[in-house]
Design a binder for this molecule. Structure first.
Ligand code: ZN
Length: 153
């Protein structure tokens, strides 16, 4: 049984096009008994209330298969947006969200963001906080598309 494949059925609570495995929050998943599994997750932002549902979603998913899942939260090393897979970054772009820049760290908001629609870097920040605390709002100066940027962390 591929536990990661099962966990990949759980979408990110905020960005339904990517799942929690692609997001990089599932650190380890293993069977610890015939009908017991241990899932180690590292939550993304503590500021994101949606993250609290993930543990519940995992337990529910496995209990539907007759498996008791023990979800362990590991906060060190802390999750970083660098753990988001390249495939998921592409999905984010298609969804209209500029993916976080790899290794950009904390000062990333001042770096020009690429418009997910026309790929122009001629964009400007409208608000530090977009639809959620994890995102910032930008607008493209070329195609005028407003878009969210997934903040680095
Ligand atoms: Zn654009």
């Amino acid at each position: 049984m591929n536990l990661l494949e099962i966990l990949a059925q759980i979408p990110d609570p905020e960005i339904p096009v990517i799942n929690i495995v692609e997001l990089g929050i599932v650190r380890e998943a293993r069977m610890t008994g015939e009908d017991e599994a241990e899932i180690i997750i590292t939550p993304t932002y503590s500021a994101c209330p949606a993250m609290y549902n993930i543990e519940e979603d995992i337990i529910k998913l496995f209990s539907g298969m007759g498996i008791t899942a023990h979800v362990v939260t590991r906060i060190s090393p802390v999750w970083t947006t660098d753990w988001i897979t390249d495939e998921a970054r592409e999905k984010l772009r298609e969804y209209g969200i500029a993916p976080p820049q790899k290794g950009a760290g904390q000062d990333h908001l001042d770096v020009p963001k690429e418009c997910p629609r026309c790929r122009s870097e001629n964009t400007r920040m409208i608000s530090r906080f977009g639809s959620t605390l994890c995102k910032a709002s930008y607008q493209c100066n070329d195609c005028l598309e407003p878009f969210d940027y997934f903040k680095c962390h």
